[in-house]
Write a protein that binds this ligand. Structure first.
Ligand code: NDP
Length: 287
């Protein structure tokens, strides 16, 4: 059938609650338009009670896949046919692929981070000593990908001991990296052999843009690559402080775009228009 007479749109989207502040759809819609493909990205409010029905709907309505956000990343796993090995280690999925009637759970958050680190930071995690602030979903995804990519040591620094220790146990069990836990205190000094520092907490996220993690910034060496997961605003207080120490920095917008690029390519099979997607988000965030 000619393209002009094919009226069927392919559907992807995101399930979460709350969802109205999620900007991912903007990035995808711009990308579909720029490639002139008949795809739609729907931003859908899905309650915890309706998650199973919503996942069944992927099959019933023949969606190509969905992203998952708070609070569905863990709960969705039990409804899927298969979980990718890294999502299994992370213990959460943020992307579902619908392929040949099967629903496959993936996690692109950590992969998106890794791509930013390698492409924009010009550094491979292999044999590096890495410190990660936080032990939530983002930290779990990032540390897993860093470990699978050959990081020598990962120090997880977290306020809540049980959460930090659980992540470290998981990394030591499933990967070859040496993971250690450090309890967060406001004057935490970054170990002098740290080559990569990742801020993976929610501190500094809009509207709390003047907040930054309490660490000893004097301990930060200019040779350390410093990364933040916060996409909004991209230029966080944390990154501003790191820049003042002379560090090369990476913002969370790059990670957000990259995880979207990975999902885009998984779903559509087309090469994603990365710069279009990045520009769409910079417009949303007015940066
Ligand atoms: P979680 O709620 O799972 O984890 C939050 C983490 O932040 C925990 O480790 C928590 O510590 C820590 N934390 C929060 N407030 C404080 C504080 N005041 N002092 C010390 N520690 C604190 O959230 P996620 O991991 O899912 O998300 C974290 C951030 O990552 C969000 O801002 C999100 O926007 C961003 N993100 C960015 C992505 C991107 O593509 N750029 C992708 C995914 C997430 P504790 O365990 O002690 O509570």
């Amino acid at each position: 059938m000619s393209k002009e007479l094919d009226f069927k749109a392919e559907i992807v989207g995101v399930y979460g609650t709350p969802i109205s502040d999620n900007p991912t759809g903007v990035m995808f819609e711009f990308a579909f338009k720029s490639l002139d493909i008949n795809w739609r990205y729907l931003t859908l409010e899905v309650s915890e009670q309706n998650l199973k029905n919503a996942i069944d709907a992927i099959r019933a309505l023949n969606f190509k896949g969905v992203n998952l956000t708070i609070p569905h990343k863990v709960a969705a796993m039990k409804y899927l046919d298969r979980i990718s090995p890294d999502a299994e280690v992370i213990g959460a999925v943020n992307t579902i692929r619908h392929k040949n009637g099967k629903l496959i759970g993936e996690n692109t958050d950590g992969k998106g981070f890794l791509k930013s680190l390698i492409d924009n930071g010009k550094v491979s995690p292999k044999n590096q000593n890495i410190v990660v602030l936080g032990a939530g979903g983002a930290a779990r995804a990032i540390t897993t990908e860093l470990a699978l990519a050959g990081a020598k040591q990962i120090t997880v620094v977290n306020r809540t001991v049980t959460r930090g220790e659980e992540l470290v146990d998981r990394l030591n069990k499933y990967t070859k990296t040496q993971a250690v836990f450090s309890h967060w205190h406001p004057n935490y000094a970054i170990p002098s052999d740290t080559t990569i520092l990742v801020q993976a907490t929610s501190i500094g996220l809009y509207p709390n843009i003047y907040e930054y993690p309490q660490i000893n910034y004097e301990s930060l060496k200019s040779s350390t690559v410093v990364c933040d997961v916060i996409p909004n605003p991209p230029n966080t207080k944390f990154l501003i402080k790191a820049k003042k120490r002379g560090c090369h920095t990476l913002d969370g917008l790059g990670m957000l775009v990259n995880q979207g690029v990975i999902a885009f390519e998984m779903w559509t099979g087309h090469e994603a228009p990365r710069s279009v997607m990045h520009e769409a988000l910079t417009k949303v965030f007015k940066v």
